[in-house]
Design a protein around this ligand. Structure first.
Ligand code: ZN
Length: 312
């Protein structure tokens, strides 16, 4: 072998081993085991974490995230998790704390490095002022926990994921940074599309069942004049429904948004009485098959909303 060929071969071997290193996860590192409470958070972890994370969500996107029935399999998932990501603002307060305790996994307890409350640093609306009483409703005492329905908050969540994943797996910091940048670019392009589609409907008055859409309607300039629930988490009452219908007729509300997990009996009778239309709108990834990731969720929502509002 000539020196020249030997050097070339060395170069080839070095390139080959570099390629191998790039293809594999860093030395000895298996994908980071991440559990999220909702499919929205799982989708955003996947955007940033790529193949360096193995993500599972506890709640399904078609379930009411305030009320999730605990299953033994959830405890097992949490027991093995290296990172737990929660929506926070008490969204999961009714079902998550006992699961964390029973998981016997100190890595994912609140305050530990493997626990991330995604609501920190988000734009949170409906923050209650004054004294909070049970009469104000059961489920939104720390502001509106459905903040992921604003794509701006989706970007902030992805950024928080990037920081947390890099802290837990410093060897992959550049990889997470590059994936975040790619998501940010695709989200920005999608936002232009959504803003254009929703622009003709700014100021349109709508009614929603639960206060799931505060961030979405704020972002796209819709005007929510009332809710089917008298207070967040409190089922509709006849007197509240009558008041709501009176107001809907007075201001001419044509669209009533309902999350997929609520009974349609009251919304349908309100729609009949007021000449409005019920639109079932999933607030989460996985709520319908088309909403397969975070950007696809908003494509679906904006498509349904502009069809419903445009057909008035
Ligand atoms: Zn809620």
């Amino acid at each position: 072998m000539t020196i020249h060929r030997f050097v070339r071969r060395l170069g080839f071997l070095a390139a080959f081993s570099l390629a191998l290193m790039a293809a594999a996860t860093p030395a000895g590192a298996a994908p980071l085991k991440v559990v999220t409470t909702t499919e929205d958070l799982a989708a955003l972890v996947r955007e940033v974490g790529g193949d360096r994370v193995a993500v599972e969500s506890i709640a399904r996107g078609y379930q009411d995230p305030h009320f999730v029935e605990a299953k033994p399999s959830f405890i097992l998932k949490l027991n093995r998790a290296e990172l737990l990501v929660v929506v926070g603002r008490e969204l999961e307060v009714g079902w998550l704390p006992p699961l964390i305790t029973q998981s016997r996994n100190s890595k994912i307890h609140p305050g530990a490095a493997g626990y991330l409350d995604a609501s920190a640093g988000m734009r949170i609306l409906d923050i209650p002022t004054g004294q909070i009483t049970r009469a104000m409703g059961d489920v939104h005492p720390q502001g509106n926990p459905h903040y992921w329905t604003d794509p701006g908050n989706g970007r902030r969540i992805a950024q928080a994921m990037q920081r947390k994943l890099a802290a837990l797996h410093p060897a992959d910091e550049a990889y997470f940074g590059q994936r975040y940048a790619d998501f940010d670019r695709r989200l920005a392009a999608a936002e232009k599309r959504w803003d254009a589609a929703m622009a003709p409907f700014r100021g349109t008055k709508v009614v929603t069942y639960h206060r799931s859409w505060t961030n979405f309607t704020d972002r796209f300039g819709l005007d929510v004049i009332g809710y089917v629930e008298p207070r967040p988490g409190i089922p509709p009452s006849p007197s509240h429904t009558l008041e709501l219908m009176k107001e809907m007729k007075r201001v001419g509300v044509k669209v009533l948004l309902v999350e997929p997990y609520f009974d349609l009996k009251t919304p349908n009778s309100i729609a009949r009485e007021t000449g409005s239309k019920v639109v079932v709108l999933p607030p989460s990834v996985g709520g319908v098959p088309a909403a397969k990731d975070y950007i696809a969720l908003f494509d679906h929502l904006v498509g349904l909303m502009s069809a419903a509002l445009g057909a008035r």
